[in-house]
Ligand binder design. Structure first.
Ligand SMILES: Nc1ncnc2c1ncn2[C@@H]1O[C@H](COP(=O)(O)OP(=O)(O)OP(=O)(O)O)[C@@H](O)[C@H]1O
Ligand SMILES: [Mg+2]
Length: 454
């Protein structure tokens, strides 16, 4: 089972965006924490000043603490949010003035009050508490002062800072996400460009990739180039092999055939003559197959390296008619060229010749004597070469498969053939941007049309 392909680009984008999100959240939390600390510090400093000024106002008279609460001690705690302020003054454990139950943590020294946060009177308050021992007769007295302030203003400031931090964090995230998209696209662009340039190539273009690529991609490109070199080599080798093999098979076959024919003339016994005829036929089949294989290999090779030249289809067909007329005459067939002047196209003349020769060869092979085979060259508006005959026609039920490799029809009787002629014609048409059309004529006979493009 194949694993689902994973997109590098998606992975890169998600990683970068995920990183940006984590950073944005961290940024928000750090700013909030820092702002909270600063805001708390400034509230604490004012509470400390307030509690210190109260402490400074305390005097001991006859062993009793007297404290004239200075106005400034509370005025300095005014805030835009109208925070409430509470205080409590204790001599030893006795409340002298203020709110009972307010005392916070016990302070150790005079100048450093102890701070605590707690609920009081239905709100959260910050409490600063200072304890100081004052000299008195008959024994020193302990003075504890607590000043508390609600935290509305602080919460307001914190909220504003949090909103700003969230806005900045969000903006940072959006920017980073945009950059992540751009970065992943631009990082993977060279890879996509190589893929596109290789995909754009023709099927036979096995040149090495020469474009400059990022160092990370050079191993991939080198392996690709090495693969293409090997592929090119093995393709060329197999082309040469097929061509050579066909040649080597055909020559000795021709020799064997002529020996067999000479022997046939000398032999009288019927069964020997039959055996020799079968032998000659087998030789013909093999020889035809070798020839067609050779042509097919050549067509395949040239199709991949198509050399288009300015040619006239009528001239090419007329040449074929000239060459095949003696063959047609031997079969008592009439071979005709029908045209209305030159049809110029840009095409490979050898391939076109090969295709038309195969179509005409079929028309001659599958027609009874005394019939006409026509080659009609037209341009309507695409160039076409139509070969018609007045023979048995294509087998209707097989017409779609006849151009497959080695496919012969059930109408061939004992005609020699290898089933490659229509394959060759179709390959040639496709190499020129066209197709091969096969149909039967109403009045009988086959019609093969080679559609080409300019
Ligand atoms: N003009 C035609 N009339 C009737 N049948 C035809 C005609 N041309 C082709 N066919 C049918 O199509 C089949 C395939 O043709 P194709 O040319 O590919 O092979 P082939 O003629 O049998 O062998 P070869 O490769 O030697 O040409 C033939 O075997 C035959 O059945
Ligand atoms: Mg044929």
């Amino acid at each position: 089972m194949n694993a689902k392909p994973r997109s590098l680009r998606r992975r890169l984008t998600l990683t970068l965006i995920g990183g940006a999100a984590v950073l944005a959240i961290l940024f928000y939390m750090v700013i909030r924490l820092y702002a909270q600390q600063i805001a708390q510090q400034s509230q604490d400093r004012i509470l400390e000043a307030s509690v210190t000024s109260l402490l400074d106002a305390a005097v001991v008279r006859d062993g009793q603490i007297e404290l004239d609460v200075p106005y400034a001690a509370f005025a300095m705690l005014d805030t835009p949010a109208d925070d409430r302020v509470f205080y409590a003054i204790y001599q030893d454990q006795t409340l002298l003035s203020g709110y009972a139950g307010l005392e916070g943590a016990t302070a150790q020294t005079r100048r450093t009050p102890a701070f605590s946060t707690r609920d009081f009177a239905g709100a959260q308050v910050r409490v600063a508490t200072v304890t100081q021992t004052l000299p008195a007769n008959p024994r020193p007295v302990s003075l504890t002062i607590s000043v508390a302030q609600t935290r509305d203003s602080l919460a307001g400031t914190l909220l504003t800072i949090s909103i700003n931090a969230a806005v900045f964090g969000g903006a940072f995230f959006l920017l980073a996400a945009g950059m992540a998209l751009w970065t992943s696209a631009s990082t993977l662009r060279p890879l996509r460009q190589i893929a596109e340039s290789v995909a754009r190539r023709g099927p036979s273009d096995l040149r090495p990739v020469t474009r400059t690529v990022p160092t990370e991609l050079s191993p991939l490109v080198s392996s690709l180039n090495a693969l293409m070199t090997r592929l090119n080599l093995s393709l060329t080798q197999s082309e040469t092999f097929i061509a050579e093999a066909a040649h080597r098979v055909r020559t000795p076959l021709a020799t064997v055939r002529s020996h067999a024919e000479v022997t046939l003339m000398r032999v009288d016994k019927d069964e020997n003559r039959q055996a020799l005829r079968a032998m000659i036929r087998a030789i013909d089949e093999s020889s035809r197959a070798a020839g067609q294989l050779l042509d097919h290999a050549m067509v395949t090779f040239r199709r991949d390296q198509l050399e288009r030249q300015d040619i006239d289809l009528v001239a090419i067909c007329s040449d074929i008619v000239d060459r095949l007329t003696p063959v047609a005459d031997m079969m008592d067939l009439d071979l005709m060229l029908v045209d209305q002047g030159p049809v110029p196209v840009k095409a490979d003349p050898i391939l076109i010749q090969n295709a038309v020769r195969n179509l005409v060869d079929n028309a001659l092979k599958y027609s009874p004597p005394d019939k006409v085979v026509r080659i009609i060259v037209a341009c309507d508006p695409d160039p076409t070469i139509t070969v018609t005959d007045q023979g048995i026609g294509f087998p209707d039920d097989q017409i779609d498969m006849l151009s497959n490799r080695f496919q012969r029809g059930n109408n061939v009787k004992d005609t020699v053939g290898s089933g490659l002629g229509l394959t060759i014609a179709q390959d040639v048409a496709e190499a020129h941007g066209g197709h091969l059309e096969l149909k039967n004529l109403k009045g009988g006979g086959a019609c093969a049309v080679l559609h080409l493009s300019h």
